[in-house]
Design a protein around this ligand. Structure first.
Ligand SMILES: *[C@@H]1O[C@H](CO)[C@@H](O)[C@H](O)[C@H]1NC(C)=O
Ligand SMILES: *[C@@H]1O[C@H](CO)[C@@H](O)[C@H](O)[C@H]1NC(C)=O
Ligand SMILES: *[C@@H]1O[C@H](CO)[C@@H](O)[C@H](O)[C@H]1NC(C)=O
Ligand SMILES: *[C@@H]1O[C@H](CO)[C@@H](O)[C@H](O)[C@H]1NC(C)=O
Ligand SMILES: *[C@@H]1O[C@H](CO)[C@@H](O)[C@H](O)[C@H]1NC(C)=O
Ligand SMILES: *[C@@H]1O[C@H](CO)[C@@H](O)[C@H](O)[C@H]1NC(C)=O
Ligand SMILES: *[C@@H]1O[C@H](CO)[C@@H](O)[C@H](O)[C@H]1NC(C)=O
Ligand SMILES: *[C@@H]1O[C@H](CO)[C@@H](O)[C@H](O)[C@H]1NC(C)=O
Ligand SMILES: *[C@@H]1O[C@H](CO)[C@@H](O)[C@H](O)[C@H]1NC(C)=O
Length: 497
């Protein structure tokens, strides 16, 4: 990659993600960041926060009894340019595993997922093969070891999983209902990463999760207790709530159980065109090509109306879809067995011996702008409502989706939440303002949650993810950190992390 395309990729990724992750308001002066960044200590001791640790008793692509690790490490050097950096570092990760009969120690190098050095915190991936039925797995340092808790990847067979990038300060419940029911109709499982949302919307997500309708995954922040910011600053120096980590986590979680994993934002809607389900469409595009890592779908920008009250209707929402005839950076659908990790939105490198395919016959309906209108204000209605000039929703699909939604809305607990859902936007408009202002700022600055300030509204309460973070004794060559006891709390307002 030359400098220009790196630059473009970073900048575009930067803008795309802001649009989606509903955030907010005024920007701090640029000088605050550059000062912090330039002072980064280049000889700092290595700190690694474990975002994901999956153990695969069987795996076709990683090997049986493999461990896959995704970590956020303080490797970034703030070079102040976009030159490609070495993707493999020589520092080794040493893993020890014991089962009932024996033990093993294996070491491996880690690979960089984050392709640039604009942020001090860099996402990395590592995988090793261990032994059957481990009862204890630890990461070994020179003089000590750190026991880690592993997760077993999802065993439930699924064809397609749609992974939604971490939601923060989100209030777009109408968008959620449209997406959740649409993906269900076309045979995909909906998996949502969660940082924060207005309380009633959180309750809705939580209820959908309990009903088994979606998977809601808390996405806690990276934190190194008592470690000074010049050594590791996971607040100002982390890129988009570890988005690359969340998307890799989703891929790893469904690696053995799903054929395809789509890495989308909440406002990306994909409707199959060449087949009746997403699975069939993806399989149709692949044909008999074996070495494809991922499919790239262009996103067409749309606007859509939602009513300014809780009389929600998917039919009316879809009727107002208007194609803006502009496109945005594409999003990817990963062939799970042919990819081990991904950067934001798509892999930065296609693995050697593999290719990616650009889909030409279909595109994602990207809800670039969602306009809240007052049902009683007909003037409003006229100025915003448009004949849907390009809706890929067939009549049949739409009626199935509406029936399915009605069933959910009738369940007692969901019915109780509906009247409390937001009736007006607070954060959505503020986000747009933030985007406008970001454009005139230095794109090389690390896009951490500090990017937009957060003006809280007295009547808008949020639920936020929280967890326990334990201080760790400094170890050589790497000190490992992780979170435990993840929980949801409603007392800290609406923040991006
Ligand atoms: C992995 O485990 C599965 C299930 O036990 C087995 O069928 C397969 O042969 C194993 N693969 C290898 C390479 O040993
Ligand atoms: C690996 O990273 C460490 C810490 O940043 C650095 O000191 C070392 O030189 C790197 N090794 C290579 C081969 O880049
Ligand atoms: C422990 O691992 C060894 C291989 O290193 C394997 O032969 C043995 O069966 C395993 N023991 C159990 C209890 O799974
Ligand atoms: C769809 O309709 C809107 C408004 O009527 C218009 O601005 C847009 O260009 C149309 N898009 C296409 C692809 O025809
Ligand atoms: C959509 O954009 C293309 C190229 O940008 C243009 O040729 C076409 O006329 C546009 N269509 C509408 C309906 O605006
Ligand atoms: C994924 O990791 C495994 C184990 O390191 C490796 O054998 C395989 O080639 C990797 N797959 C891809 C697509 O990079
Ligand atoms: C929506 O309704 C509320 C109260 O009914 C009102 O305060 C708000 O201005 C309305 N918003 C829009 C965009 O019409
Ligand atoms: C909207 O109009 C309906 C009847 O047309 C009325 O019952 C309702 O109170 C009105 N809502 C608002 C917020 O004005
Ligand atoms: C929608 O767009 C597709 C291609 O983008 C086009 O083939 C189709 O005719 C459009 N449908 C309508 C109703 O405009």
């Amino acid at each position: 990659m030359d400098e220009k395309s790196n630059n473009e990729q970073f900048l575009t990724g930067f803008l795309i993600v802001i649009v989606i992750l509903v955030t907010v308001i005024y920007i701090l002066p640029t000088s605050n960041y550059s000062t912090a960044s330039e002072n980064l200590n280049s000889n700092r001791p290595l700190k690694a926060f474990i975002l994901s640790a999956y153990f695969y008793p069987t795996s076709k692509s990683l090997g049986n009894n493999s461990l896959a690790l995704v970590m956020s490490m303080n490797l970034g050097k703030w070079k102040g340019n976009y030159a490609p950096v070495d993707t493999v570092n020589d520092t080794r990760i040493v893993v020890m595993a014991r089962n009932e009969t024996t033990g093993t120690v294996v070491s491996t190098r880690y690979e960089r997922i984050t392709p640039h050095d604009n942020c001090q915190m860099v996402t990395v991936f590592a995988t090793v093969q261990l032994l059957p039925d481990p009862v204890h797995i630890a990461l070994i340092s020179n003089e000590d070891s750190t026991e880690i808790k592993i997760k077993i990847p999802s065993p439930i067979k699924r064809d397609v999983v749609v992974c939604i990038s971490p939601l923060y300060v989100t209030e777009q419940w109408q968008n959620f209902l449209l997406a959740a029911h649409t993906y269900r109709r076309f045979g995909a499982h909906f998996h949502v990463y969660f940082v924060s949302a207005v309380s009633s919307f959180f309750q809705l997500l939580y209820e959908y999760d309990i009903e088994g309708y979606i998977t809601l995954q808390p996405w806690d922040r990276v934190l190194f207790p008592f470690v000074p910011g010049d050594i590791a600053d996971p607040y100002q120096e982390i890129e988009f709530q570890s988005l690359a980590g969340a998307q890799t986590d989703c891929l790893l979680q469904y690696k053995e159980s799903a054929e395809f994993v789509a890495l989308f934002d909440l406002n990306d809607i994909l409707i199959p065109k060449s087949a009746s389900t997403l699975l069939e469409e993806f399989q149709h595009i692949l044909g008999n090509q074996e070495r494809v890592s991922f499919l790239s779908y262009t996103r067409r920008n749309h606007e859509i109306n939602v009513f300014n009250n809780t009389e929600f209707s998917i039919g009316e929402m879809v009727d107002s879809l208007a194609d803006r005839n502009t496109t945005k950076f594409s999003k990817s659908v990963v062939v799970t067995k042919n990819l081990n990790f991904t950067s934001m939105d798509r892999p930065y490198f296609v693995p050697e011996g593999f290719v990616s395919l650009d889909v030409v016959d279909n595109s994602i309906i990207h809800l670039e702008e969602i306009i809240w209108i007052d049902r009683n204000d007909t003037k409003d209605l006229k100025s915003h409502s448009k004949e849907s000039n390009n809706s890929s929703f067939s009549y049949d699909a739409l009626s199935d989706i509406e029936t399915d939604l009605d069933d959910m809305l009738r369940t007692e607990r969901v019915a109780q939440i509906i009247p409390d859902l937001p009736n007006f936007f607070h954060f959505y408009d503020l986000t747009n303002k933030c985007i406008q202002e970001s454009k005139s700022n230095n794109p090389k600055r690390c896009p951490g949650p500090q990017m937009c300030g957060f003006y809280q509204h007295p009547n808008v309460n949020c639920v936020h993810v929280n967890a326990r973070h334990k201080p760790m004794k400094t170890l050589e060559p790497i000190t490992y950190y992780f979170a435990t006891d993840v929980f949801y709390s409603s007392d800290i307002g609406c923040y991006a992390h």
